[in-house]
Design a protein around this ligand. Structure first.
Ligand code: ZN
Length: 376
């Protein structure tokens, strides 16, 4: 589904590299993916970020959990791109889809990753059943209750403060060329939908998101498109600006903390519950005008999925992806459950109005198709 003609390159020293390093092993510079023959084609038959496969790295395997194509709405006159609508409730799902595709294709069995809240939680979700993940935490204090539920509720994950190598693990940190490729799809979506705005405003944080969007615009231009947006990284006055942002010349806009609190109020009252760090982009977009604010994440309470609860989630995922399926077709895709379990869980979901069904004749047989109800 991706573009197989790509390579890894350090933008510090210009060297071509053989793997998606977090930073260049020669000079410590940022590493990106380049496409010698960039083309921008949208495969409208694909629901998520892989519809932009012509400008994403091709790995042989493609992992998707319905990330991408997040809605845009107007809040107090500001266009808001709501990244909460991704699978685990954060923009990081876009990165996780690309990283998981890479991991699945290379068949790596152990992945080590430094702990960064939403990113780690998203990555664990995407790597479920694929590889064992070792999460490096700096200290016990850095784990929130939410993290504990999410991380320790999963099999195949261990958490450690010791960064020792056992030799055959892949190390995937937040900053790496795969993350950049995943996150840049936000601008592809704005461009595909011809959203009219001058600026795309994102929270500055580590600078990775801002830089990823700049890279996405660059890729579009190299493919002959004229997206015409400027990426603005929003930050609270007085915070430090990461080196990557200064180095790559990303535009930065500062804002008073009071304005961010005001933005939080406006967003929350309109039903957009988000972190202060995410509201910063809304506050800046309001002042700049003609802007789309990217709300990077929302509040999505996490439930510990076990047994039937887990199967229900997987059914929703499958139907989101495929539109409609029979119980048998679902079971063929998820054989870790029994066919009987599918029938049981689907019956409950139908009673609760979560799935709707239709019966069709196939020869002499009747076949029951399930789909997600329009307004659950
Ligand atoms: Zn280098």
């Amino acid at each position: 589904m991706g573009n197989y003609n790509y390579f890894y390159r350090c933008i510090g020293c210009g060297r071509e590299l053989d793997a998606p390093y977090s930073v260049c092993p020669f000079c410590g510079g940022p590493v990106i993916i380049e496409y010698p023959e960039p083309r921008f084609r949208v495969d409208k038959s694909r629901p998520g970020i892989w519809r932009y496969g012509s400008l994403l790295p091709g790995f042989g395997e493609t992992v998707s959990h319905g990330e991408g194509l997040t809605p845009i709405s107007s809040v107090d006159g500001v266009l808001v791109k709501n990244e909460k609508k991704n699978s685990t409730g954060t923009y990081a799902d876009r990165a996780s889809a690309v990283i998981a595709s890479y991991a699945k294709s290379t068949g790596v069995r152990l992945i080590k990753t430094e702990y960064i809240e939403a990113f780690t939680q998203s990555l664990l979700y995407y790597l479920k059943g694929m590889a064992k993940v070792r999460v490096l935490v700096r200290s016990l204090d850095s784990l929130s209750m939410d993290d504990i539920v999410r991380i320790y509720g999963m099999n195949n994950v261990d958490v450690t403060t010791k960064d020792t190598s056992i030799g055959d693990e892949a190390r995937i940190n937040y900053l790496n060329p795969l993350t950049i490729e995943g996150l840049k799809t936000i601008v592809f979506e704005l461009y595909e939908r011809r959203v009219r705005a001058e600026n795309i405003v994102v929270p500055l944080e580590t600078g990775v998101l801002a830089y990823s969007l700049v890279k996405g615009l660059d890729d579009l231009r190299k493919a002959g498109a004229e997206p015409g947006y400027t990426v603005v990284a929003a930050v609270v006055k007085g915070a430090s600006v990461p080196e990557i942002v200064m180095r790559l010349g990303v535009k930065v806009a500062e804002i008073e903390a009071e304005e961010v609190l005001d933005a939080l109020g406006r967003l929350t009252r309109k039903g957009f519950v988000t972190m202060p760090i995410s509201a910063v982009s809304f506050a800046v977009a309001r002042i700049l005008g003609s802007s789309v604010a990217v709300l990077t994440m929302g509040y999505k309470p996490y439930r510990l999925y076990t047994g039937r609860g887990q199967l229900r989630e997987e059914i929703i995922e499958l139907l989101r992806e495929k539109g409609r399926m029979t119980a048998y077709e679902m079971w063929k895709e998820r054989q870790s459950y029994t066919l009987r379990a599918f029938y049981k869980v689907l019956r409950g979901m139908e009673v609760r109005g979560e799935v709707c069904s239709e019966v069709e004749a196939r020869g002499a047989r009747k076949v029951k198709y399930f789909r997600l109800c329009k307004n659950p």
